[in-house]
Design a protein around this ligand. Structure first.
Ligand code: PYC
Length: 318
């Protein structure tokens, strides 16, 4: 049962490298106490209508990522956050964290410096540099399995690595359509087919977790700006307009596992719009790394939304 049926919500919109974040500043449903992970479970089970009201048309669109701004459960955190999109809550989101931090600064809630933020997958760090740039210290990340083969109808055998970067990724290098802005429809269809093939073959992340992000890599458009360009398909079938911070973390874990990047070295990951995140990592041992990802966000607007009981689409379309 959803607790919200009428009322108003205040939101602040931003984008990080082209990917939108909509922070819900007030009007969110009461998710009870406890950790952000517990509140994310309540949000998933009871508040799909609220999620859709914020993320889906007519207020949102398929690429919209929402962020519920919450009181933290953990001490010394600036806030807690639950990210969500058109189909579900997300476990973690780095472009969204960068957008959230710039939004908190816009609201006058934080100043440049280091901040801790509680997410459903753990406490992360965020260094706000004061000029729109934010460095996120992500949760520990690792490559789970290398060179997994999967038969993808219409595309033959596709090989990729499975890695955790705050979400589960299948990382494909040099296969599939060209990673170019003019090929987004083909790339989307390819990644959807790979995701379906992984599910059909019961290829999962740890503990049977669904691999819900598919990431394809190719050479960068401009090698002086980035080491690589990616295309990332998110759950809900929208592609990430940014280079995807959790996907960049998964990539760092794979580069570390292959011995191709050392702790403290930088990896500049371009996305499909050629915006760039810069990543590096600390070696935690046992194949695990602590990724750091830097990107820039801009606030684009502020709105007050109304839930009018006579509006048939007050809870979004879909
Ligand atoms: O930046 O981590 C990210 C992300 C996940 C989904 C969309 N963006």
């Amino acid at each position: 049962m959803d607790s919200i049926s009428t009322g108003t919500m205040r939101v602040i919109d931003s984008h990080t490298g082209g990917e939108p974040t909509r922070v819900v500043v007030s009007g969110a449903p009461d998710l009870g106490g406890g950790s952000i992970a517990e509140r994310a479970r309540v949000f998933r089970e009871r508040h799909a209508t609220f999620r859709r009201a914020i993320a889906n048309e007519p207020r949102g669109h398929d690429a919209m990522v929402g962020a519920l701004l919450l009181e933290p459960g953990e001490p010394d955190c600036a806030c807690g956050v639950i990210f969500f999109n058109n189909v579900d809550p997300l476990q973690m989101c780095i472009h969204g964290t960068i957008g959230l931090v710039v939004t908190l600064a816009h609201m006058g809630c934080i100043t440049p410096g280091h901040h801790r933020i509680e997410t459903p997958v753990g406490v992360i760090g965020a260094d706000f540099h004061g000029d729109g740039r934010v460095t996120v210290t992500n949760v520990p990340s690792w490559r789970m399995t290398a060179d997994v083969a999967v038969d993808v109808p219409g595309h033959g055998t596709i090989r990729g690595d499975i890695a955790w970067g705050g979400n589960w990724f299948f990382l494909i290098d040099g296969q599939g359509p060209p990673v170019e802005r003019g090929r987004i429809e083909e790339l989307t269809a390819f990644c959807r087919a790979v995701k379906q093939a992984l599910a059909n073959a019961r290829i999962t992340g740890e503990g049977g977790a669904e691999i819900d992000h598919i990431e394809v890599f190719a050479a960068p458009g401009d090698p002086s700006r980035a080491e690589s360009r990616n295309f990332v398909l998110c759950p809900g079938n929208a592609y990430d307009r940014s280079p995807c911070g959790t996907g960049t973390s998964a990539k760092l874990a794979c580069l570390h596992a292959k011995g191709k990047l050392r702790p403290g070295e930088f990896w500049r990951q371009a996305g499909i719009l050629d915006t760039v995140f810069t990543g590096s990592f600390e070696d935690l041992g046992g194949g695990r790394i602590l990724p750091r990802v830097t990107g820039t966000a801009w606030v684009t607007g502020e709105s007050v939304y109304h839930l009018d009981p006579t509006d048939p689409f007050r809870f979004g379309i879909g």
